[in-house]
Design a protein around this ligand. Structure first.
Ligand SMILES: [Zn+2]
Length: 59
């Protein structure tokens, strides 16, 4: 079970949810620093980058 999430920076992430026997809290962030997902016990999430943004350093 996974879903796509597009960050405000333009990167597209796949976020999949997993059950965890251990209670834990954590979060995953985009490379730009924006929080993609956070959780607090019972589950955890894995994120993988589907579509990166082009480096646009041609100012
Ligand atoms: Zn981002």
């Amino acid at each position: 079970m996974s879903e796509k999430r597009k960050c405000s920076c333009g990167r597209v992430w796949s976020i999949s949810k997993h059950h965890s026997p251990m209670r834990d809290k954590d979060s995953e962030h985009c490379h730009c620093g924006e929080e993609l997902v956070s959780w607090n016990g019972g589950v955890f999430y894995r994120v993988s980058l589907i579509e990166d943004i082009k480096n646009d350093d041609k100012n």
